[in-house]
Design a protein around this ligand. Structure first.
Ligand code: ZN
Length: 159
């Protein structure tokens, strides 16, 4: 075996000990492999990431969120009134937070196939039907029921 070029040595940016530089990392290799130094390396990378991704602007954004939250707490009447106004929009769907979350995750899967398979599966489970024509009938009835629920109508016999 031919001896390769001698490994380049560098002082660790954290502990100052000499270590062999990985030739694939070259300049980027600034910390030795001791756990404390690897940790310091990750921290430095994080700092660098923040800096290149708008660092201060990112934190300013967080402050703004807090500022708006404080303002909302100081002016609860405004928000109460506003919420009531939105809730009263005629024909609007009123969704609970949990239903919204599930719908969001279904929407993220994003294909008509997924959605259709889910709907057909649900109808089949509820009705015990496996024939497409029977499912079509069940689907129509279920859709009408769903619309009534989303409009906040009372469903007789349901709770
Ligand atoms: Zn080190």
């Amino acid at each position: 075996m031919k001896p390769g070029p001698r490994p380049k040595l560098r002082r660790c940016a954290h502990c100052g000990r000499l270590f062999a530089v990985d030739p694939r990392l070259k300049k980027l290799h600034r910390f030795c492999s001791r756990p404390a130094c690897a940790k310091a390396s990750r921290r430095a990378a994080q700092k660098k990431w923040l800096k290149s991704n708008g660092g201060k602007a990112f934190f300013r954004g967080m402050e703004n969120v807090q500022h708006v939250r404080n303002w909302r707490e100081r002016t609860p009447q405004y928000w109460k009134r506003n919420r009531r106004h939105h809730g009263a929009r005629p024909g609007a769907f009123r969704l609970t937070r949990r239903l919204k979350a599930v719908l969001k995750s279904v929407a993220l899967q994003d294909t008509i196939d997924t959605r259709l398979a889910l709907e057909i599966g649900i109808i089949s489970r509820l009705s015990g039907a496996a024939l497409q024509d029977t499912i079509a009938r069940e689907m129509r009835a279920t859709m009408l029921l769903g619309r009534a629920i989303l409009r906040g109508q009372r469903i007789p016999g349901a709770h």
